[in-house]
Ligand binder design. Structure first.
Ligand SMILES: [Fe+2]
Length: 270
């Protein structure tokens, strides 16, 4: 019995059945790797596994990162805990790909629903390759060889003192990545800028940089390149950060929403 993929939209995403994350066989992992490249976002429901098993599953796809700024889960440095409560609303409600401020950003993330609000808190995904192909030809031509500067401090620097910020800046200097990256496995070209982490596009003036970042963000925002996932407790969603962007819907407060992620290290975008 292999896995079965049920597509979410005409562009990307699939809900996968026939998966048991408590017993991840080599054949199942191989099937998931293929499906992941094909669909870019995989939704796997009703997986009642431990945190250790979540981490072990992530490791089948590569080395896991430890996020230097996000809240962790006690005893599990590889887990990023994203918990929003009545006291503190936390949701990544801007379009982005994970940790693009790293020199070698993430290849993929695997996020699990722990506490899910009765309604809302969906995560939307956009195919950054489809968004690129929908750009006007003259825009594609203009951006094809440009690079953008990604800086952690735009998002994670807010809580730091000036000294802490300078210290962390040495450890995590701004990263220079192509505006359009090529997927190392499929060869697909896709948009790789986001308003959160990108400070500017190199080689154009500030106004043109803002204009281009806006055009690229609007392309990502087009519903025709997206799919949307409704969470349940113990839903796992795995996405390819080299090929998609995502955004959490910030529409559930004051309900609690708690999700946990492992993040697989990738290579330098080209
Ligand atoms: Fe994210």
């Amino acid at each position: 019995m292999g896995i079965e993929c049920h597509r979410l939209t005409g562009t990307l995403g699939a809900e996968v059945t026939g998966v048991d994350l408590a017993n991840p066989t080599d054949a199942m992992i191989d099937d998931l790797k293929k499906a992941w490249l094909d669909h870019k976002v995989l939704v796997i429901r009703d997986q009642h596994i431990t945190t250790e098993e979540h981490i072990a599953f992530g490791r089948r796809f590569g080395e896991l990162e430890v996020h230097p700024f996000a809240t962790g889960k006690a005893g599990y440095p590889e887990i990023v805990k994203i918990k929003s409560t009545p006291e503190s609303l936390i949701a990544a409600s801007n379009w982005h790909s994970d940790v693009t401020w790293r020199q070698e950003p993430s290849m993929g993330s695997i996020l699990r629903g722990i506490v899910i609000p009765p309604v809302g808190g969906d995560t939307s995904f956009a195919c950054a390759g489809a968004a690129y192909r929908q750009l006007a030809a003259d825009v594609r031509e203009q951006i094809d060889d440009l690079h953008a500067i990604h800086d952690y401090s735009r998002v994670f620097g807010r809580g730091l003192s000036v000294e802490e910020r300078a210290e962390k800046q040495k450890e995590y200097p701004p990263a220079r990545h192509p505006v359009v990256r090529t997927h190392p496995e499929t060869g697909e070209r896709s948009i790789y800028t986001n308003r959160g982490f990108v400070s500017h596009i190199e080689g154009v003036d500030a106004e043109e940089s803002r204009r281009l970042i806006g055009i690229l963000e609007r392309a990502i925002m087009s519903p025709s390149v997206q799919c949307r996932v409704q969470w349940e407790v113990d839903t796992f969603v795995m996405w390819d950060n080299r090929a998609v962007q995502h955004q959490a819907s910030n529409d559930f407060w004051p309900e609690t929403r708690h999700v946990e992620r492992v993040t697989i290290i990738g290579d330098k975008p080209f």
